[in-house]
Design a protein around this ligand. Structure first.
Ligand SMILES: *[C@@H]1O[C@H](CO)[C@@H](O)[C@H](O)[C@H]1NC(C)=O
Ligand SMILES: *[C@@H]1O[C@H](CO)[C@@H](O)[C@H](O)[C@H]1NC(C)=O
Ligand SMILES: *[C@@H]1O[C@H](CO)[C@@H](O)[C@H](O)[C@H]1NC(C)=O
Ligand SMILES: *[C@@H]1O[C@H](CO)[C@@H](O)[C@H](O)[C@H]1NC(C)=O
Ligand SMILES: *[C@@H]1O[C@H](CO)[C@@H](O)[C@H](O)[C@H]1NC(C)=O
Ligand SMILES: *[C@@H]1O[C@H](CO)[C@@H](O)[C@H](O)[C@H]1NC(C)=O
Ligand SMILES: *[C@@H]1O[C@H](CO)[C@@H](O)[C@H](O)[C@H]1NC(C)=O
Ligand SMILES: *[C@@H]1O[C@H](CO)[C@@H](O)[C@H](O)[C@H]1NC(C)=O
Ligand SMILES: *[C@@H]1O[C@H](CO)[C@@H](O)[C@H](O)[C@H]1NC(C)=O
Length: 414
């Protein structure tokens, strides 16, 4: 029954959705290996008065014109378990602190347990408009968000003492409805968590929007093994009744430690995952049983904490970043082997990069800046077409954002 439903969602309804009049930007997507450029990037400042910074992407991939828009929520950073001080950078210890689905943008507010939603103006995607009040999340310290346009569902992962995942329906023109309930994870945390271990890494809907995947980081010192949780999306999206299952299949993957940021490898059931303990892994998720399997594990050379992963359709490879090592590493989607290492020492004043995303022939990576009150930057890495990747711009955000900046999402999302 569940599987039939999922098949219907995947093939029947999914197809119906795709054959609706497609917006112009989606029609541009054609041959593999070629991907249209992004039009705008978004991240959150994660300052007390939390705000989104939206940045214009030019046709040549470079960036300009940051605009700040308040989320009407409160930002916050977790503690570092190692120092017992506020963690900086990476105060959320997550990938996906902001997310784009269709013309909608979502951002978590860790300081007041809410999630904000914005409408993106397609004529000028740096122009975003807050829709309604931020929605309350029934958990502590939201760090990551993902939305399903097909199902009009938004899900949030929380890393505090009430850690887990909660979901709500949303309407692209009205805002977010009531969050359902917390699907708890066994996190040994206070309301403000001490990370990075034993917290949620990322929530993300699968490409066909029939599953919700969540990475939860383990903590070897406490004998806790991290896992990948898979929830099923059921109910009909046509009647607005799509729901994420209450229970999940949690798979611990022998050899992994702290599964963090991830992205699905297109048209496959495989996921490319960053793991700060050693580098990266490729994992498969069974579409019928929701259980996961480790396919490849790869150490990233010189790494200290490989936390974020993004897949570039142009280069057909994955890119990962590390906040403690000034490099961006490119890896194979087939076996996770290392393809290239871009040494970013000369273009980045910080010790490394945090979140990243790919669009067209470019990969964009967020640098938190050097020390307190210094500006965040976004590096533009040219990839694909010319094979040898290189940084073509480091865009300085000036007074708009500093080392608490978090997340990175692109419009259009596909
Ligand atoms: C990219 O395009 C922008 C806007 O047209 C222009 O200002 C900039 O000089 C271009 N940069 C490169 C490297 O071509
Ligand atoms: C959000 O907006 C409401 C209404 O304008 C205001 O009362 C509240 O203080 C705002 N909250 C934050 C955190 O900005
Ligand atoms: C961390 O700081 C809090 C108070 O801010 C204190 O209660 C706690 O014992 C400290 N933990 C460690 C491991 O030092
Ligand atoms: C931003 O977009 C909204 C609609 O989404 C529109 O009403 C508003 O005029 C736009 N603002 C600017 C400065 O273009
Ligand atoms: C972890 O497990 C090992 C072996 O089972 C045990 O020796 C050790 O005491 C455990 N540590 C903690 C913190 O529970
Ligand atoms: C995990 O892998 C190690 C070495 O690769 C192996 O010795 C161990 O038996 C495995 N454990 C499980 C539970 O499969
Ligand atoms: C990166 O470049 C810097 C400066 O050119 C150099 O000092 C450093 O050794 C390089 N790192 C690696 C891992 O090659
Ligand atoms: C950073 O900015 C805050 C607020 O403007 C200020 O209180 C603090 O002294 C500044 N820190 C440094 C190192 O400049
Ligand atoms: C590729 O690398 C070569 C040699 O390292 C360099 O001369 C060339 O400018 C690079 N091309 C691009 C597009 O970065």
């Amino acid at each position: 029954m569940l599987n039939n439903l999922k098949l219907a969602l995947t093939f029947g309804l999914g197809l119906a959705h795709v054959t609706q009049a497609l917006p112009a930007y989606a029609q541009q997507e054609t041959a593999p290996g070629w991907a249209s450029n992004g039009q705008a990037l978004y991240f959150q400042t994660n300052e007390k008065e939390n705000a989104i910074v939206s940045v214009k992407i030019h046709a040549n991939g470079t960036l300009s014109e940051g605009i700040m828009t308040y989320t009407n929520g409160t930002g916050a950073s977790m503690l570092s378990a190692a120092t017992n001080m506020t963690a900086s950078p990476d105060g959320l210890s997550s990938q996906g602190a902001v997310a784009v689905a269709g013309h909608s943008l979502f951002a978590v507010n860790a300081g007041d347990n809410t999630v904000s939603m914005f409408n993106i103006n397609p004529e000028d995607p740096t122009n975003i408009t807050l829709l309604g009040m931020p929605a309350s999340v029934p958990g502590d310290f939201p760090v990551t968000v993902s939305a399903s346009e097909l199902n009009n569902l938004v899900c949030v992962g929380t890393s505090g003492s009430t850690g887990g995942v909660a979901c709500a329906p949303y309407s692209p023109f009205v805002g977010i409805g009531k969050m359902d309930f917390l699907r708890s994870f066994d996190l040994d945390q206070e309301p403000v968590p001490a990370g990075p271990l034993d917290t949620v890494g990322q929530v993300r809907f699968s490409e066909d929007e029939s599953q919700l995947l969540v990475t939860v980081k383990g903590n070897p010192a406490a004998n806790k093994t991290g896992f990948l949780a898979a929830f099923t999306v059921g109910g009909s999206c046509l009647t607005g009744e799509a729901k994420v299952s209450a229970a999940s299949i949690e798979s611990t993957l022998n050899g992994t430690v702290a599964l963090f940021g991830f992205e699905q490898i297109a048209q496959s059931n495989r996921y490319f995952v960053a793991d700060p303990a050693y580098g990266v892994a490729i994992v498969s998720v069974d579409e019928k049983t929701d259980s996961s399997l480790l396919l490849h594990k790869q150490a990233v050379p010189n790494q200290m904490a490989t936390c974020w992963a993004a897949i570039s359709p142009a280069s057909n490879s994955a890119f990962v970043t590390d906040p403690l090592v000034n490099h961006i590493v490119e890896l194979s989607l087939v076996d996770a082997s290392v393809i290239s290492v871009v040494n970013t020492t000369s273009s980045n004043d910080a010790t490394g990069y945090t979140d990243l995303t790919a669009a067209g022939n470019f990969v964009y990576a967020l640098s938190p800046g050097t020390q307190e009150n210094s500006s965040a930057e976004i590096a533009v890495l040219s990839v694909g077409e010319w094979k040898n990747s290189s940084i073509i711009q480091s865009f300085n955000l000036g007074s708009m954002a500093g080392s608490s900046a978090q997340g990175l999402a692109v419009f259009p999302a596909y």
